[in-house]
Design a protein around this ligand. Structure first.
Ligand SMILES: NC(=O)C1=CN([C@@H]2O[C@H](COP(=O)(O)OP(=O)(O)OC[C@H]3O[C@@H](n4cnc5c(N)ncnc54)[C@H](O)[C@@H]3O)[C@@H](O)[C@H]2O)C=CC1
Ligand SMILES: O=C([O-])CC(=O)C(=O)O
Length: 369
């Protein structure tokens, strides 16, 4: 039998298959390119960058610890004239470390240059209490620093800049910043209590002999000071038999209500006593945790603690920068609603709120002078 081959149809079919494969290959290459495409760099401002925390924090940011391993960054580092040379030294070391994610470093004593374009501002610079100084003198110096830097951020940072105040008194510095940068959304101004939160996780994990990442949902309420209230009423530990309450596992209410609380409250002072320097390593790490969770989200079923502007939740006066349990998603934090508060917790939460009200009055009286 004679089989007639239609070469024309065969050629047509071959061409259709060839074009389909070429198109498919183009689509695959486009998708691969998308995956490999570098994100635009994020500008991160660190004030007080020549100090102890700044020195620990800058390399963490440049390594991607704060914003993730695929997020390029440009560091803007600010310090004051007497620290200018030390700041230049930090810049030299950052260049020498050849961090692949670090796309630029600005080291400056000019607050406008430092704030320009900042997407994230980590405010570590401030005036530290020196021996024999009155609380009011320290407050007065910090109020004027934070008032000036608020205006610079408001005028020169990115419109949606996220601000984290680390420098003490952290909550009240953040409050002053909020008052003097009214065009920065209130929700974008926060202060660091994540270090206290992490310290609480650490204490529980040590006490129970469990991995720290199996402990979750401790809370730091209030001020980053010795009146803060570290609360484990809602904290749990992941065990082989599921989630167990920390209070039940520890089964020592006395320890939880006394020693545990004072250890966390006094931890900063204890570290300064032995190191003769601040807890720079853990503060820098906590600052990265704070921003990372804020930008990239808290893990499912887990909350963290952040100093944020109170909306009146849990009876805390609206407008105060107070540490609450929060969850974060899509770059926004939300206060965890509806937690049961017993009488013991209520008293502690109010005491730290009262201290913040006093600090607020002191800050305002400094502004009037
Ligand atoms: N919220 C928290 O969890 C913690 C807060 N802190 C606070 O963080 C702050 C920094 O601590 P360290 O790095 O150990 O202090 P540090 O004294 O080593 O560094 C502070 C840096 O700020 C600079 N500075 C001062 N005024 C400035 C201004 N107007 N603008 C820019 N920079 C300025 C100083 O020159 C210095 O380089 C302190 O206020 C400390 O009390 C410390 C540990 C934990
Ligand atoms: O007072 C300080 O600088 C130390 C501090 O805040 C802390 O370690 O929590």
């Amino acid at each position: 039998m004679y089989l007639e081959i239609d070469y024309y149809v065969l050629l047509q079919k071959f061409l259709v298959v060839f074009v389909c494969f070429a198109l498919l290959w183009k689509i695959i290459r486009y998708l691969l390119n998308l995956l490999n495409m570098e994100k635009d760099p994020v500008i991160v401002l660190v004030t007080g960058a020549a100090g102890q925390i700044g020195y620990a924090l800058a390399p963490m940011i440049a390594r991607g610890v704060m914003l993730g391993p695929d997020q390029p960054v440009i560091l803007h580092m600010l310090d004051i004239e007497p620290s200018k040379e030390a700041l230049e030294g930090v810049k030299m070391e950052l260049i020498d470390a050849a961090f692949p994610l670090l796309k630029g470093v600005v080291a400056t004593t000019d607050v406008v240059e430092a704030c320009t374009g900042a997407d994230i501002a980590v405010m570590v610079g401030g005036f530290r209490r020196k021996e024999g100084m009155e609380r009011k003198n320290v407050m007065s110096k910090n109020v004027s620093i934070y008032k000036a830097q608020a205006s610079a951020l408001e005028e020169h940072a990115a419109a949606n800049c996220k601000v984290l105040v680390v420098a003490n008194p952290a909550n009240t510095n953040a409050l002053v910043l909020k008052e003097f940068a009214p065009s920065i959304p209130e929700k974008n101004i926060t202060c660091l209590t994540r270090l206290d939160h992490n310290r609480a996780l650490g204490q529980i994990s040590e006490k129970l002999g469990v991995q720290v990442n199996d402990v979750k949902n401790v809370i730091i309420w209030g001020n980053h000071s010795s009146t803060q209230y570290p609360d484990v009423s809602h904290a749990t530990v992941t065990t082989n038999s599921g989630e167990m309450s920390v209070s039940k596992l520890i089964s020592n209410d006395q320890w939880l209500k006394t020693q545990f609380i004072t250890t966390v409250q006094q931890r900063g002072a204890a570290i300064i006593k032995v190191r003769k320097l601040s807890s720079a390593l853990s503060a820098a790490s906590a600052a990265c945790d704070h921003i990372r969770d804020w930008v990239l989200g808290t893990p499912q079923g887990t909350w963290t603690s952040m100093g944020v502007c109170s909306d009146g939740s849990y009876g805390i006066p609206a407008g105060l920068i107070y540490s609450f349990p929060v969850t974060c998603a899509k770059g926004e934090w939300s206060i965890v609603p509806g937690l049961k508060i017993d009488e013991f917790s209520r008293t502690k939460m109010d005491a730290t709120a009262n201290e913040l009200m006093e600090e607020k009055s002191l800050a305002y009286s400094c502004l009037e002078e």
